[in-house]
Design a protein. Structure first.
Length: 240
């Protein structure tokens, strides 16, 4: 890890599997003793889950399914005789047990409440789940930032690596969906941290739509087009 790498960036690289040697060992060590670093790792794992979902599906082979079926068959065979051995009078006593049914009713009510809360949280999570992602690469093909376009319409750029911003300069984020229209600025920041993106006034983000970051004057490009060097770029795709 170089001198400019922050704990947050180290956590991002750890989640992406980019660390090796001493950096990887340091991340593992911090993960076991540093609560703040663990929080960074959990944050990036959640953010990068969309990338995990793009991995190709691998079906289990026949041997694995046989092992699973064997494991399921054993408990079932042992359980069936025990059920058959239950006395009818025990079932009758259970049927007349008011305390049992009262407890069952309370358990059902609690389960309904948990289900309702879980459904609400699930709907909220769905609205915050990326529907489009773009991994921005440097000229050296190194992942340096991720653009997340969320289901609720919000969008953000998350740097994965240290970005040096000289005094009097700023990072400007651009997107291009129509070459005739040209690149459009959707974000400007001097801080190489999370950058909210203004996509609400633009057409819906589509597959292969280009995103890039250029280094511009502190107040932004004077021409409405990138004038400084392009630091990284990438195209949008749909998570599976």
């Amino acid at each position: 890890m170089n001198a400019e790498t922050t704990p947050d960036m180290l956590a991002a690289e750890y989640v992406l599997g980019l660390l090796e040697g001493e950096d990887a060992a340091k991340a593992e060590r911090l993960l076991s003793v540093d609560d703040e670093f663990r929080a960074h790792v959990e944050y990036w794992r959640e953010r990068m889950s969309a990338l995990d979902e793009t991995a190709p599906r691998l079906d289990a082979d026949t041997a694995l399914w046989r092992k699973i079926e064997t494991g399921l068959a054993a408990p079932g065979a042992a359980f069936a005789p025990r059920v058959a051995e239950q006395s009818p009078s025990r079932w009758a006593a259970l049927w007349e047990n008011l305390g049992f049914w009262r407890g069952a009713g309370l358990a059902a009510s609690a389960a309904s409440l948990v289900l309702a809360v879980g459904l609400g949280l699930s709907l909220r999570a769905q609205s915050e789940k990326p529907v489009m992602i773009a991994v921005l690469l440097t000229d050296a093909n190194r992942p340096a930032a991720v653009v997340n376009v969320l289901a609720n319409g919000d969008a953000e750029l998350l740097p994965l690596d240290a970005i040096s911003v000289p005094p009097g300069r700023a990072l400007q984020v651009w997107t291009l969906w129509d070459r005739a229209r040209g690149p459009v600025s959707v974000g400007l920041s001097r801080s190489p941290q999370r950058i909210p993106l203004d996509l609400g006034r633009l057409p819906k983000t589509s597959v292969d739509q280009l995103f890039e970051i250029s280094l511009e004057p502190e107040s932004g490009s004077p021409t409405g087009r990138p004038t400084g060097p392009v630091l990284m770029k990438g195209t949008a795709s749909t998570p599976l």
